[in-house]
Design a binder for this molecule. Structure first.
Ligand code: DON
Length: 309
């Protein structure tokens, strides 16, 4: 792979922003959570953080947005770091091929979700983190603040309340798994932590910086080790195969990087050993992935050759 000097990232980002400009505003912001439906669909931001914490950006890269399911990656990393591999007895590592909020596989797979990045799997991860730490959502928020260096990152109470109000399906998923013995904490408390987790607001700059441990083979911003090299590889692999819902195959085909999206319109992606990217544009495709965001990551790997393939 060709070396990309830090200055080149800035130029590259401007080129990518120009490439995807016609797509900005395409797709539809998430409608099932009213607090997200009102976001301006013409927003677009993108950031790249290198291994040393230099961060480059374009457009709305410093504007906080609702990270939603992107937080599932960070919760997984913390649950593995603090509790180890036994988590995998409760959640699988296969793409589901179904929408992120689907219940259909849970019954014939005995309450074991396919992977940690669909809602069912993320609920199990949050349940594990809650048992390990006693306060899953605060633990996650602290970690994101530390890794990004931004103490102002916070929860969005309006989004959390809106998730709660429209949370029947997540409640059904959690109760259903509890009926199989795959949830340890009281379901209402688990749902609270899950909704707070989804409501965390961060910018592309924050996300690119916070995700650096995935590019740094498990090393945190302060140089301490969060994950073994092998665990970092495993999380990246699950992001590649399961990180973009039932469009993970298409994302791998187009982008060729581990990635995780959220219905707020954000996506993070990792070039292991090189850099972390975050992109945001609220217009979503039918699977819930940002249209301009996925296109921008596609342009990044196409222009630079920096994919894992
Ligand atoms: O659980 C939900 O419905 C959302 N708060 C999270 C949605 C999201 O980004 C997609 N999830 N995997």
């Amino acid at each position: 792979m060709a070396h990309v000097a830090p200055m080149d990232y800035q130029h590259l980002l401007e080129q990518i922003a120009a490439d995807v400009a016609p797509l900005i505003g395409s797709g539809t912001p998430a409608e099932y959570i009213p607090a997200l439906a009102g976001v301006d669909p013409r927003r677009f931001g993108m950031a790249i953080a290198d291994l040393d914490g230099n961060v480059f950006g374009t457009g709305d890269w410093r504007v906080p947005f609702s990270t939603q399911s992107i937080t599932k990656v960070f919760a997984l990393a913390l649950a593995l770091a603090e509790g180890g591999d036994t988590l995998w007895e409760r959640v699988g590592r296969e793409p589901s091929g179904n929408p992120f909020n689907s219940l259909v596989q849970l019954e014939y797979e005995n309450g074991i979700p396919r992977n940690p990045f669909i809602n069912a799997g993320a609920l199990v991860v949050t349940d594990r983190l809650q048992t390990l730490t006693g306060d899953a959502s605060s633990e996650l928020l602290d970690f994101l603040r530390q890794e990004s260096g931004n103490p102002d990152i916070g929860f969005d109470a309006e989004v959390a309340a809106s998730e709660q109000e429209h949370g029947d399906r997540n409640a059904a998923v959690a109760h259903f798994m509890a009926s199989y013995g795959n949830i340890d904490n009281p379901v209402p408390m688990l749902l609270d932590h899950y909704f707070w987790q989804c409501s965390i607001e961060m910018s592309c700059a924050d996300l690119a910086l916070a995700g650096r441990f995935l590019a740094r083979h498990g090393l945190r911003a302060d140089g301490s080790r969060l994950l073994t090299r092998s665990e970092a590889k495993q999380i990246n692999a699950v992001m590649m195969t399961c990180g973009t819902y039932d469009a993970a195959g298409e994302f791998a085909y187009r982008v060729g990087l581990p990635g995780k999206s959220g219905v707020g319109g954000g996506i993070i992606a990792v070039v292991p050993g090189r850099c972390t990217l975050a992109v945001w544009s609220p217009g979503l495709d039918a699977q819930g992935n940002s249209v301009a965001g996925a296109a921008a990551l596609d342009r990044f790997t196409t222009r630079t050759g920096l994919s894992v393939f």
